[in-house]
Design a protein around this ligand. Structure first.
Ligand SMILES: Nc1nc2c(ncn2[C@@H]2O[C@H](COP(=O)(O)OP(=O)(O)OP(=O)(O)O)[C@@H](O)[C@H]2O)c(=O)[nH]1
Ligand SMILES: [Mg+2]
Length: 192
């Protein structure tokens, strides 16, 4: 069973991504308030093999103490050595690289370990909120900012093991139906 750990700030669409993958509402989501408070494993049988998607509480909801508590919970509930890949979820339709996002990336690296990025996927949500002709350029900008910052924070931890880049990067919209005809991108991670 391949296990995927979903992480990112509050409200970016981690739980919604799970629902979109399963095609049903199993992970609670919320428009107006930080929603997921626990770490939950969702198992999924696909024609290509079994998958587990692990939902986690969003970071940057409140102060750093809150983030620390959530990350302790992740460490207690998840065997990180068994994670096949980390899925970092963030919104495509943000035009600034926010201090919240930097703090989130730094805390994830410091508290869970730089190795969580060894096999990692970037999921850019709210894609349909960006005009089609700008999606490519937004995606490039967002991933470059995140890549550059992760190189810095991983090098701080161990200068020989700096971030090598995301294995894949997916543009998704969890809410706008039929946004892509390709089905769940998770399936592409099961075929090798
Ligand atoms: N338009 C659009 N809305 C989305 C998308 N993904 C999530 N949303 C909406 O954004 C809000 C937050 O989504 P959640 O899935 O609860 O976000 P989360 O990352 O799980 O948040 P926490 O549990 O607080 O960490 C909900 O109202 C979703 O319907 C997307 O791709 N497009
Ligand atoms: Mg959630």
């Amino acid at each position: 069973m391949r296990k995927f750990l979903l992480v990112g700030r509050t409200g970016v669409g981690k739980s919604s991504f799970i629902n979109a993958t399963f095609g049903s509402y199993i992970a609670e989501t919320s428009e107006y308030e930080a929603c997921t408070k626990i770490v939950e494993h969702y198992a999924y049988k696909s024609p290509l093999g079994d998958v587990s998607l692990i939902d986690t509480p969003g970071l940057a909801e409140d102060d750093e103490a809150c983030d620390e508590a959530y990350l302790s919970l992740v460490r207690a509930k998840v065997n990180l050595a068994q994670i096949y890949a980390t899925i970092y979820v963030t919104r495509l339709n943000e035009t600034r690289f926010s201090p919240d996002e930097k703090r989130t990336l730094r805390l994830l690296t410091n508290r869970l370990g730089a190795h969580i990025w060894n096999r990692s996927i970037l999921v850019l949500t709210f894609a349909a909120s960006v005009p089609e002709h700008q999606q490519e350029i937004f995606a490039e900008k967002r991933s470059q900012q995140i890549f550059d910052f992760l190189q810095i924070v991983t090098r701080e931890q161990d200068r020989h093991k700096k971030f090598q880049g995301f294995e894949q990067s997916w543009l998704v919209d969890n809410i706008v139906e039929n946004w892509t005809s390709d089905g769940s991108p998770i399936l592409s991670m099961l075929t090798d």
